[in-house]
Design a binder for this molecule. Structure first.
Ligand code: F6P
Length: 318
């Protein structure tokens, strides 16, 4: 069988480990494997090449994606998707492994409806997919955020300032929540929970009165304007406040052990499913193991925010 693999949407550390697993598992099972460059755009354009064992040498530890990635407007159209199916026919590719986030999964569902055998693997730093406990790249991005928080805490303590640290996550507060808890942040502001200015100011002033030298506020990008939070702290609590927007630094870097292992397991699992003639499936990491489920059902699963973890973070930072 001929198997294609692509990465789509925002890149996430661990995508390379996943591509490696797909390529090596396919070859191990005597399938031919083809890399598709630049996501769905590359698929439509036929930007496809055959991969071998060496194509994925020396990449397990690298961030980014050797296949490149894109967010494709053309694939959102019916015409674009029809072109993609034609290209797959020309190459004789019967099975596809699609690695990415929400948009990638929606594309996967459309391809499945057009009769292509697809397996979709969740990879996005946002961890915003409800059907899986974790997505590939999330832990690495969170580690990057925690590392930044620790560094900012040093300078924050030295100067007796507050620091607002803005992390990514689109509309999901998971990076902020876990980085905030692991980094010992005083306040965590996420889109899923209403922000209380009163609580923020009370906590900051209590900290000042009991001699705390720093005050770290982690803000998820989708929650509130970080500069507004800083202004409030300066104007209403009189605390000098700096803002750091971490931005795309969270998307790169050496993937953590967890991300590499999840990526490797999922890549292998996907090829096993194609080998068994299955398709139309999403992979999920649930209760410490990889499982498969119908893509439509996966996309219907609403993401739940872990409010208990936020409560713990708030208690531990009193
Ligand atoms: O989905 C991953 C992500 O990094 C989000 O956290 C962020 O909002 C967005 O992508 C940034 O997109 P771009 O790389 O296109 O600027």
């Amino acid at each position: 069988m001929k198997i294609g693999v692509l990465t789509s949407g925002g890149d996430a550390p661990g995508m390379n480990a996943c591509i490696r697993a797909v390529v090596r598992s396919s070859i191990y099972m005597s399938h031919e494997v083809f890399g598709i460059n630049k996501g769905y755009n590359g698929l439509i354009k036929g930007d496809i090449f055959q991969m071998n064992l060496s194509s994925v040498a020396d990449i397990i530890h690298r961030g980014g994606t050797i296949l490149g990635t894109a967010r494709s407007d053309e694939f959102m159209t019916e015409e674009g998707r029809k072109k993609a199916v034609e290209v797959l026919k020309i190459y004789g590719i019967e099975g596809l492994v699609l690695i990415g986030g929400d948009g990638t999964f929606r594309g996967a569902l459309e391809l499945a409806k057009l009769g292509i055998k697809v397996i979709a693997i969740p990879a996005t730093i946002d961890n915003d997919l409800g059907f899986t406990d974790y997505t590939i790249g999330f832990m690495t991005a969170t580690e990057t955020a925690v590392d930044a928080i620790s560094k900012l805490r040093d300078t924050s303590s030295s100067h007796g300032r507050a620091n607002v640290v803005e992390v990514m996550g689109r509309n999901c507060g998971d990076i902020a929540l876990m980085a905030g808890l692991a980094g010992g942040a005083e306040t965590i502001i996420v889109p899923e929970v209403d922000f209380s200015e009163e609580d923020l100011l009370k906590k900051a002033l209590n900290g000042v009165h009991r001699g705390k030298k720093h005050h770290i506020i982690v803000v998820a990008e989708g929650a509130i304007d970080s500069y507004k939070v800083a202004r409030e702290l300066e104007e209403k609590a009189g605390i000098e406040t700096k803002v750091t927007i971490l931005g795309h630094i969270q998307r790169g870097g050496v993937p953590t052990v967890f991300d590499r292992i999840m990526a490797s397991s999922m890549g292998n699992f996907a090829v096993n499913l194609l080998n068994e003639g299955k398709g139309g499936l999403a992979l999920s990491f649930t209760c410490n193991r990889v499982i498969e489920m119908d893509i439509a059902k996966a996309l219907d699963t609403k993401k739940k925010f872990n409010e208990d973890m936020l409560k713990i973070a708030n208690i531990l930072s009193i």
